[in-house]
Write a protein of this length. Structure first.
Length: 122
């Protein structure tokens, strides 16, 4: 399952990737992220759930960078990402674009902690 949804009422972007992804999936994901972010005002919150993500395309790193650029351009105030893959978590952290918003990003491997962080104001 891959889904990207911007809730305008709560100013939250929910991004879920819970499957193996191909280049076509990554292209669509990037387009969907850009489209949904355009619905939000600066200061929104991003909830990324990447449990179950499996990378089957070596082009992932370039798409990670493009998705990170799109997210940073939308000016989120808080980003919370949930992982079960240490490798993907490291890829996200090592991408050069990750520094653009490292101060507002938290990464989790525990769903309860992730949900609690997202529920906090600010």
């Amino acid at each position: 399952m891959i889904s990207v949804y911007a809730d305008v009422a709560t100013q939250r972007l929910d991004l879920k990737v819970k499957q193996a992804v191909t280049e076509a999936d990554l292209q669509k994901l990037l387009a969907d992220v850009k489209s949904e972010i355009a619905k939000l005002r600066p200061g929104w919150v991003m909830a990324g759930d990447y449990r179950g993500l499996k990378v089957v395309d070596p082009k992932l790193n370039s798409y990670i960078g493009e998705i990170q650029k799109a997210v940073a351009a939308g000016k989120p105030r808080k980003i919370a990402s949930l992982f079960d893959s240490v490798i993907f978590r490291m890829q996200l952290q090592m991408n050069p674009n990750a520094n653009a918003y490292k101060d507002i990003t938290k990464r989790f491997d525990n769903e309860q902690e992730w949900a609690a962080y997202l529920a906090q104001p600010q």
